[in-house]
Write a protein that binds this ligand. Structure first.
Ligand code: HEC
Length: 228
């Protein structure tokens, strides 16, 4: 929170990462990121859809649920690394280099590429949270209780990994996503977001609950479903 004081209305352009250009360009760039992120979420909707069929759930002797785990299979953590690296960190770097339009293109093409790559290996992957910005990022049924129960804590204060047996066979995996300083630009306290960004987010995500985070909070979870 202290870190974000510089983002208050009196100094709206001092984002934690440098976007280059004039002050006006910086604000436009931020708004552009939000729009681009919305485009990303649409690309992610396909793999995030289709949890277990209700019939299969009803037939299962006990409901599937995630429990803490000590490690993830190598291909699962590699896929999560890939999603994290390409959709998030690299994106912010691209905005600094080429501006929001260039970043939006990379976002769309890379999100589609990652999705296609992973489908081939029998993995479904996505991001979720107890406090969603985009309702399309809702947790799969097997992860719901875990994600909800772990909300509101610091990453270091509990398990970072979890796993579940999926009702239809296969395994589900979860890995905590921490809140880094750069994330506070768009997920920090609502009254500390720069006004143009706040407006764009309010329009695009009328049910936005993904503000009010502090550094090292659990922001959400990567999830993956691995076929048997
Ligand atoms: C420039 C604004 C911006 C920044 C910076 C940003 N996010 Fe987001 N974030 C968004 C938007 C917009 C969405 C909703 C669209 C989507 O699903 O990607 C979102 C969605 C998410 C989601 C999916 C769950 C949900 O609430 O819909 C997670 C998890 C997430 N962000 C984590 C992070 C983390 C971790 C960081 C820092 C490394 C970060 N974000 C930085 C704008 C941002």
């Amino acid at each position: 929170m202290r870190r974000l004081r510089s983002l208050s209305a009196t100094a709206p352009v001092r984002a934690p990462f440098s976007l280059g250009g004039s002050s006006g360009t910086k604000l436009l760039a931020l708004a552009g990121v939000a729009v681009m992120a919305a485009a990303c979420s649409r690309a992610e909707e396909k793999p995030a859809a289709a949890p277990a069929a209700p019939a299969a759930e009803a037939a299962a002797p006990s409901p599937a649920g995630a429990v803490a785990a000590t490690e993830l299979p190598a291909d699962v953590s590699a896929a999560m690394d890939q999603l994290q690296g390409r959709l998030k960190e690299r994106l912010v770097a691209e905005i600094a280099k080429g501006g929001p339009v260039a970043a939006a293109d990379i976002c769309r093409t890379e999100a589609a590429a990652i999705t296609a790559e992973l489908q081939k290996t029998g993995l479904k992957i996505g991001r979720t949270s107890h406090a969603l910005r985009n309702p399309a990022n809702a947790a799969p049924a097997w992860a719901e209780a875990w994600v909800k129960a772990q909300g509101g804590r610091k990453v270091a204060a509990g398990p970072k990994l979890a796993a579940a047996d999926l009702p239809g066979g296969g395994k589900g995996y979860l890995r905590a996503i921490g809140t880094a300083p750069v994330c506070l630009t768009c997920h920090g306290p609502a009254d500390q977001l720069v006004p143009p960004l706040r407006e764009v987010l309010a329009k695009a995500y009328p049910q936005d609950r993904a503000t009010g985070f502090a550094e090292n909070d659990v922001r959400g979870w990567f999830w993956a479903e691995k076929l048997p």
